[in-house]
Write a new protein. Structure first.
Length: 150
């Protein structure tokens, strides 16, 4: 009685070793770059579609997000700013640097997963009055150097 059980156990052990040895020999590959881009385009499109469902949405008393779309592997957010009495040129001149720093820092933090996956982000700010572009900020993983260290 012990011999058949022992034989069965030995057979199971041998089969297990063969199966595990074969599994360990299966090469692992990264996805080709074209497949990654295709996957990221799909992810960006789905994210844009889902986030667009709640638009337009007020961000603060001056800013409304009006549109989110993808352009390939890039998510493009469009905002309108109520600049009050300021002219478009004054806003561009006076607020560009401050806005760029704040937007880049915020996007690097809030969109870390997208950026690390190779999905870039563009923020476009338009005047609510004239509909002209005031600012356009392109944020990539490379612009968020602190992402790697976190």
């Amino acid at each position: 009685m012990i011999k058949p059980i022992l034989k069965l156990f030995m057979l199971f052990a041998v089969i297990s070793q063969i199966v595990f040895a074969q599994n360990n020999q299966i090469p692992t590959q990264e996805l080709p770059q074209k497949e990654i881009e295709k996957q990221n385009t799909t992810i960006a499109a789905l994210a844009a579609e889902e986030m667009s469902k709640t638009l337009p949405q007020k961000v603060d008393k001056y800013t409304t997000i009006t549109k989110i779309q993808n352009d390939g592997t890039t998510l493009v957010y469009t905002f309108e700013i109520n600049t009050g009495a300021k002219s478009d040129e004054a806003v561009k001149k006076e607020d560009h640097s401050r806005m760029q720093k704040a937007v880049t820092k915020g996007v690097c933090k809030s969109s870390k997963r997208f950026l690390l996956a190779g999905i870039d982000i563009i923020y476009i700010y338009k005047s609510a009055k004239t509909k002209k572009i005031l600012f356009k900020f392109e944020i990539t993983k490379d612009k968020c150097t602190h992402l790697v260290s976190q």
